[in-house]
Structures are given as structure tokens and as C-alpha cells.
Design a protein around this ligand. Sequence first.
Ligand code: R7I
Ligand code: MG
Ligand code: MG
Length: 313
Amino acid sequence: MHKRKLRLKFLGCLVGTAIGDALGARREGRGMSRSEDVVSLAEKLEQLIYTDDTHMTIGIAESLIESKGFNGEHMAQTFIKNYEAEPWRGYGPGPPRIFGMIKSGEAWYSAANRLYRGGSFGNGSAMRVAPVGLLYSRNLEKLRRIAYQSSSITHSHELGKEEAALQACAVALALNTPSDEEIDKETFLSRLQNFIQDRLYKEKVAQIRELLGEQDKAKVVAVLGNGMEAPRSVPTAIYCFLRQPQSYKDTVIYAISLGGDTDTIAAMAGAISGAYRGIEAVPSEWRAKLENREYIEALAENLATSVNNVNVE
Ligand code: R7I
Ligand code: MG
Ligand code: MG
């Protein structure tokens, strides 16, 4: 792919994550709403303040760039440093406890096993995984390995690691589809279904396919979910993207209108949409309101350059 186009897609993915997160954060934990209400909320907000979803995505991008690829110790220490600088970003219950264990001497690859008997399957490792999807899009087996490893710092349950791989794969497939080429939904879903190993997620991908024409949001939420657990939010985010792949705005608005874990579902759907359509598809009035936009954009540019400097294949 042409370098400029790739750059725009990296920018779209990271800025798309942050805006989905920041808009969704205003409705996290609430019920379903009308799309018009989400649109007017977005108009009213003067600044878009992101949460842990973006904060940890930034951490992954920083670590991949600085370490020229995955380094578990470095990534864990980056998460800890960022958390300590801004602990008020709305982190889930698990990660801060794990950061404490690592600070007390537990290894980055074993601390997470101590949580929730066999590790967490919260959506916290999928919400932040977009930079892995971008960097390793050329080799899906490597992408799977790095997604698992990045997840295992805080989410070591099989379902937690698999969700991170699923979301990273969706970002990679979106990145690899030229933005002026229509997404073939059937092919996109078949690729995800072939990639994913866990039976539960294979079934979820099949449910996404069945729901594509569904008008009733309550049914979508009943089948796919809108919760903090990975199996109840990662497939939902992929669904939000595939319903309206041509529009970043519609994808994010729809995701938020489903209620529940809105910042996270909109962050993940926004990451996939931004990776496909690029930064120019993200409304400029939203971009202008995003806090730390310049820093996030600089990270996206550096990550795009890293594709050539890191062993990604
Ligand atoms: O996954 P995590 O980092 O939380 C992310 C969420 C996002 O919505 C962010 O926006 C932020 O608000 O937090 O945090 P975890 O504590 O690892 O997991 C989140 C939740 O998933 C937990 O509080 C549990 O409710 C649930 N969960 C589990 N429940 C039972 N058994 C995760 N793993 C388990 C489990 O093994
Ligand atoms: Mg959050
Ligand atoms: Mg959330």
C-alpha cells in the first residue's frame, strides 16, 4: 500500500480509538439511547476526554515503538508509569491490582494469573490492542502471538487473550482493505472465523453475520452483549463496524447507542473503522475537540514508520 495511505490509516485507527472512547465515556454504564441523542451529546461537548482504553492503547504504541517490537517487561513498566501519572482515567478493577503486584516483584508474565482464578476475561486487553493490529498486519500468526503476550500482562484467561487477538485481527483486516474498496462483509467474517481458535468466538462471529440486517437494538444487545466481559463486547464492536463500514461517525454513534460499556465498544469499533477509512473519515469537528490529539497523532506516525524498522513478518 502507498505510504501516505498507510499513514492516514494508522492515524485514523489511533485517533478513531480515542474519539470513540471519549464520546462513549459520557454514556458508560447507561442503557440504550437514540442515535440522535448521541449526536447532540457529541455536538455539545467542548472537549473530548479519553479514558483508560486510550491511555493503555497509548502505552502499547509507546512500548512497541521504543522497544522496536514487543518487550513484555517494557510494556508492563510503560502501563505502570502511565497509570501512576494519570490514575484517574477510569481504569477497570483488575489492572491497577496487577500493577501493584508487578511493582512488588512479581514477573510481568505471571502476575495476571492471580486474578479471577486463571486470569481476567474483561475487555481490557482488546480495548488497547489496536497498535498490535496495525504493526503486525502482514503476518497474522505473529499478530496472534503478540496480541496474546500483550494481553497476558493483565488478562491471562484464554478468553481474554483470544479476544485481544480477535480485535487485533479485525484492525489488521480493516487496515489491509484499501479505503476506496468496499468491505466484503462475508469475506471479512470468514477470515475472522478462520483466524479465531476458540469455539465461543467462532459462534459469536456467526451471530454477527445473522444480525447484520437487524433493526432492533435490543435484540443485538441480547445476542452479542454490551458488557465489560470480552465475549460480550469485542464481537459487538466488530458488528458495529460491519453494519456501516463506510461511515466512522455512524459506526461510533451506533456503538454508543447500544449502551453498557460504551467507551470500550466505541473505542474498538472506532479503531477498526479508522484503520479502514483513515483519518479523513473522522469528522473534523470531533478531531478538533480531542485532548492530546497531537501526541496521539505523533504516535500513529511513529508506529507507521516502525513497520519498516521492526521485524513484523
Ligand atoms: O478488563 P478490565 O481492564 O476493564 C476494562 C473496563 C473497560 O470498560 C474500561 O473502559 C474500564 O472502565 O474498565 O478490568 P478487569 O477487572 O480485568 O475486568 C473487567 C470486569 O470483567 C471485571 O470487573 C469482572 O466483572 C469481569 N471479569 C470476570 N468476571 C468473572 N470471572 C473479568 N474476568 C472475569 C472472571 O474470570
Ligand atoms: Mg474506559
Ligand atoms: Mg469501558
